[in-house]
Design a protein around this ligand. Structure first.
Ligand SMILES: O=P(O)(O)O[C@@H]1[C@@H](OP(=O)(O)O)[C@H](OP(=O)(O)O)[C@H](O)[C@H](OP(=O)(O)O)[C@H]1OP(=O)(O)O
Ligand SMILES: Nc1ncnc2c1ncn2[C@@H]1O[C@H](COP(=O)(O)OP(=O)(O)OP(=O)(O)O)[C@@H](O)[C@H]1O
Length: 497
């Protein structure tokens, strides 16, 4: 890729979140992640070129020096900052505009700085030959997987119902989504295959911004407001079926929809529980079962046939959960420490640098949060270290996991000669090679803490006010594939491995 000869025709819209817009190269396995600004700032860039460059370099440093050490560097691709020709960026912005979802257009792409983050395209991890089956990539934004146990938590409900499940009520009431998702992160992070299987079905039913599927680098399944969901599911089934025809099925070409989805979910669960992130231990997640069950989950505990195995300590889910759990005080216990730092900075603004409030995100930063004492000694250093820990946990609560699956025997080297696809998932289901990555590991700003407290209060009060603690009704729009009987007894669909 020659940066001085960039051609917008070689790039296409790939996706976006709240802060960045991503374009992918039509041939190379590369993406560019560009910053976004509020639309009202579109006439005047809110930061200088140097500031934009620093912001993206901070993202790279935070990912490679801090998050990678906590999550396992084999899951992380930090990328590099690139400086692009401004004309290319402007043409690109015009080209992608009509493909952007309307609800994301309150922000515009940064066309002023020319700075971007260049990353491997995790949705097309290998340069597959057209004759080979394209890889399937599944992106999950799992959100917070534990219930707080901090003594600072003022509302009992927070220790019983997880933040995601409570937040769903608030999001639907505010019109962010039309329907509640019945996905529960505590089920996904449980390590119990039945619970994981059950909750992934709910991700498929109502993906919102938590679930996407790519085939050969193209998004084939995601939340699309206004589109008939059952049509979307039929089309997904059409895409998935060829991957799951095996043994006798390959010969007679028949497999029920239910069996296709079951096998797909089973392969995904296997990949999520497989190792790759570190020391290779077997099972070390010792959370008490009581604390790891959300009372709003639709999965009933009585259904558990096999006791929870916990998460393998080198799995992506274990590493993500451990990092999320650096939030030991809950936002309610953290906020007074944030105020202590804030007041200190008002008095001594130059201390911002020494306390590394905005970075640099280097080894010293990592050491500060890892060596933070257990007891509060009243110092600003203690408060800053707890805030650092909390911000790292926020990143882990908001990141996404990408699982790439390639039917076995089709793994190849990528354009850098690296073989990302490792191990082998083989059981009664078809065999896949896989790779697991974590994306969106940006540092959360220091200033985001007060917003976190306000949002927490709003979510909890709305949940209590709206009677959200009542048993949840299942509003399935998808008869035929996920019908009521299936939901009632997901156990019938689950094949233990
Ligand atoms: O606060 P939350 O839990 O709603 O998370 C925000 C996400 O909303 P979600 O609930 O996942 O739909 C939100 O995602 P969406 O824009 O809703 O897709 C962002 O990821 C936001 O992070 P940032 O401000 O862009 O760095 C996220 O904000 P942070 O809390 O990570 O700052
Ligand atoms: N390296 C990558 N390879 C392939 N696709 C990617 C990559 N990075 C991001 N994407 C895609 O682009 C989308 C938006 O990227 P990302 O989540 O980083 O944006 P964001 O604005 O930081 O999100 P958020 O709303 O969580 O703040 C992702 O959901 C993913 O589908």
């Amino acid at each position: 890729m020659e940066l001085d000869k960039m051609d917008e025709n070689e790039w296409k819209y790939h996706g976006e979140g709240n802060k960045s817009l991503v374009v992918s190269h039509v041939q190379l396995s590369r993406v560019l992640r560009l910053l976004k600004y509020p639309a009202e700032d579109s006439e005047n860039p809110p930061q200088t070129v140097e500031q934009a460059f620093r912001q993206i370099q901070n993202i790279v440093d935070f990912s490679s020096n801090v998050m990678s050490s906590l999550l396992g560097d084999n899951f992380i691709h930090s990328g590099e900052v690139v400086k692009l020709p401004l004309e290319f960026v402007r043409q690109l912005s015009i080209k992608v505009q009509h493909q952007r979802p309307a609800w994301r257009c309150d922000k515009v792409m940064d066309i002023y700085s020319g700075c971007a983050l260049c990353l491997p395209n995790l949705t097309s991890p290998i340069l597959h030959q057209p004759t080979h089956t394209p890889p399937l990539c599944i992106e999950i934004k799992p959100k917070c997987g534990f219930l707080p146990s901090s003594k600072h938590v003022s509302r009992d409900i927070k220790t019983k119902v997880c933040r995601f499940c409570m937040h769903q009520h608030y999001k639907v009431a505010n019109g962010k989504w039309k329907r509640r998702s019945l996905y529960c992160p505590l089920d996904l992070f449980s390590g119990n295959r039945q619970r994981m299987h059950f909750t992934i079905r709910h991700l498929i039913e109502e993906p919102q911004n938590n679930f996407k599927i790519f085939k050969g680098g193209q998004c084939i399944y995601s939340s699309k407001e206004g589109i008939d969901d059952s049509m979307d599911l039929s089309s997904l089934l059409h895409h998935l079926r060829p991957y799951f025809l095996y043994g006798n099925n390959r010969i007679n070409c028949h497999m029920s929809s239910k069996a296709v989805f079951n096998d797909f979910i089973q392969v995904l669960v296997n990949a999520l529980l497989s190792g790759g992130g570190g020391d290779g231990g077997v099972v070390t997640d010792r959370r008490g079962e009581g604390r790891s069950f959300c009372e709003a989950s639709h999965f009933s505990k009585e259904r558990i046939r096999h006791g929870s195995q916990g998460l393998p300590s080198d799995s992506v889910l274990f590493r993500t959960l451990q990092t999320q759990m650096l939030d030991t005080l809950d936002i309610e216990g953290l906020h007074p420490l944030y105020r202590r730092v804030e007041q200190h900075l008002q008095e001594f603004p130059k201390e911002r640098t020494r306390l590394q409030i905005d970075g640099p995100y280097n080894e010293a930063f990592l050491e500060k949060l890892q060596k933070c004492p257990n007891e509060d000694d009243g110092s600003v250093e203690y408060a800053a270290a707890k805030v650092h820990q909390y911000r790292v946990s926020m990143t882990a609560k908001d990141c996404s996991i990408m699982v790439a699956l390639v039917p076995s025997g089709e793994e190849e080297e990528d354009d850098e000669g690296q073989t990302h696809l490792r191990d082998f998932i083989s059981s009664r289901t078809p065999a896949f090679s896989y790779s697991v990555s974590i994306l969106d590991l940006d540092p959360k700003p220091f200033e985001s803490i007060p917003r976190q407290l306000r949002l927490d209060q709003k979510i909890v009060s709305y949940y209590l006010k709206s009677g959200g603690s009542l048993p949840r009704v299942s509003p399935s729009p998808l008869p035929g594939i996920f019908n009521a009987a299936e939901r009632e007894d997901c156990m019938l669909l689950f094949h233990p491995v």
